[in-house]
Write a protein that binds this ligand. Sequence first.
Ligand SMILES: *Cc1c(COP(=O)(O)O)cnc(C)c1O
Length: 824
Amino acid sequence: MSGKKSAAPKPDMTVKQFKETVIKHLRSTLGTYEEKASKQAWNQAIAASVNEFIFDGVSRTRKTHAGKDARAVHYLSLEFLMGRLMSNNLQNLGLYELADKAMKELGFELADILEEEPDMALGNGGLGRLAACFIDSMATLALPAIGYGIHYEHGLFRQEFFKGRQVERPDQWREFGSPWEICRPESEQVVKLYGYVETVYENGGSHKVWHPGRTMRAIPWDIPIVGYGGHNVNVLRLWESRADKFFDWDVFNSGGYVDAYTESVQAETVSKVLYPNDETDAGKELRLIQQYFFSAASIADVMRRFRNAHGNDFSKFTALNALQLNDTHPAIAIPELMRVLVDEEGISWAEAWKMTRETFSYTNHTLLPEALEKWPLRMIQHVLPRHMEIIFEINARFLKDEVETKWPGNDGIKRKLSIIEEANGQMVRMGNLSVVGSHAVNGVAQIHSDLVKKDLFPEMNELWPGKFLNVTNGITPRRWMKACNPRLSTLIEKHVDADWPRYLEKLTALKPLADDSKFQKEYMAVKHANKEDFVKVIKELTDVDVSADAIFDVQIKRLHEYKRQHLNLLYIMALYRRLLINPDYDMHPRVFIFGAKAAPGYYLAKEIIFAINKVAEKVNNDPRIKDKIKVVFLPNYRVSLAEKLIPAADVSQQISLAGKEASGTGNMKLALNGAITLGTLDGANIEIAEEAGEENVVIFGMDVDEVVETREQGYNPGHYYQNNEELKAVLDWLDSDFFTPGEPGLLSAVKHNLVDHDPYMVLADYQSYSDAQSKIDALYRDKKAWARAAIINTASLAKFNSDRSIQDYADTIWNLKPIKAAAK
Ligand SMILES: *Cc1c(COP(=O)(O)O)cnc(C)c1O
């Protein structure tokens, strides 16, 4: 291949200048000097040096957009799972190699210094990481875009294990401040809560006035988001809550010093901590307040910017603004925009509603009933009395003007489509509100989008043909290949253009090399070197010794029954049992690697973690099986750990029950880095199989139709338990004290859940899974066939570039065009 042109600019800086800049910051910004500085100080000095480039980019991009009065998208998300920023920023600015050389000359390994940066874990899992990949792509595509979220003081908890059980510790990502954030006090907003609504009659008409019971301040912190190539630098704006005034002086003067302080503590609680529930709705008032707090502050910010340019002429509002809801978490922004337009701007309801619908679009992320948000009507009435009135009005008009017109006299359909659910003492359905208030609704993989139309909102789809779309998720190849897998990136660059991290389809040039034995060897040597590196990480984190010659079989994702980590566990136990029965049982050695946090209140998920840890302890210390199986559960799975593990993975376990995983993105990261997918026909696995070819993935289990059929016939897990000898044996093992000596029954909860209920049909898919695992073993032993399949995966994953996802959003939902920031 020819042409080594890079999308990254050559920064006009030399190694020597970079060194000087770092030392300048070490002395003048950090207040230390070379001989004394800690690694952390060096890290901060590098960050300060990089910021010289970034801040300039922020200003140039801002000016360009302001000058052009550009249409922009506002991406509202309660979660942004950013991980570390330094390596990505260095890569996207084209500074990485320079910084690496500079630090070497100063006597350090850059990679070592990068370890000092805490993860910015302001999210739970897939949904939050998607938002992070998306803002990277928006900046890379030079789209006028801003991410809006919450500046949580504590992100997702740090996970430790104590005697095999998960313990949650507070996350402290900005204990000593973060070099990447810029406070913007000049853009502070006020957010109102509680109180009552007054109807004011004047001039023969009436309008509503909300008298809030309290107010608080929203302080914006901007995190610059550097696009690949460094031209465009967008921002992620995160809101911090503060007390309206630090002290209520009246209370203070009458001797209530502590009471006055309590007031401020309450306001600061709002942005204190991320809710650690993934795919479940906790229904807590503080969570509703978090949702409203950041939605209201963000809408106010959009309004401020618009009024600065257009005063109170709102004719261009919809032409200039798109608002994207990442799940229903920010759905309260819909009535908030209505409130601002109608109550504050005096725009008619009909006009305001048209504007609102044209502005909003909504991404659905799940079909799981426990994740579909519903708020008690009484709670919204109490916290946001005016919004509850607006929701009633939206609902009344929707049912009368749209549902009644389409289905006259059909109360059943009205009950089903109503934003208000009459059961359980009245609940507000945020999904229905989001669909009704948006012009576009998308699912996140083709099968999921089909199910959203067919099962979740079939009548809404009939009412508004064309409103429901698919945008398959993606991942940024900058973080998930270029930065995390330098060895493979270097190998790739010998054969394809250097701008592949921007144009991932260029990797198709590797396909002809899939059968080239020299390239196969080089490719597998990279994998082996990555595994050697990760062997050390495993040792450090778990004290378990593993061999890089074993198959690295990886399942990394939140712990959830629908993701079926316990299916993986049952198979591990079965393999172990086979080896005990027959020490010569023929298999390639395997290391099963888990990484997963459980929501702190999710009982069974925590029991599954405990069971895996107990089985691991036994298996890893049993000399009879001669190290043929190792099981490691890595504590505190997070973005920075994923970046180390994914380049070393051989097998990617994506084994959710068909129909339950909306898309998945871990599946994409792993396949791009050459892991073979062992998966069900669920989420984006289906599209990965289409792109890579079915012969280069291993598919097992029921598909969605078979799951439905099995359920309709009356699913009976006991049948599988009784009729599969191996399955029965391993389930019964969980009741014994084999893995918990002297304490039988400690692992019984997992067994009884499966034998008695098995809501995610683990037992039904067990045999098929076990057979698929045998296929993996056979394929791995055919070295050439394995290398070929892995290479084809890497070469075929362009579709899952998040740049492609964002281009789809820009074209089909946002109607948004790029505007490249002016050069210096
Ligand atoms: C990508 C990613 C996820 C999502 O993984 P899935 O397998 O798609 O559920 C979760 N957590 C982290 C840290 C990730 O990087």
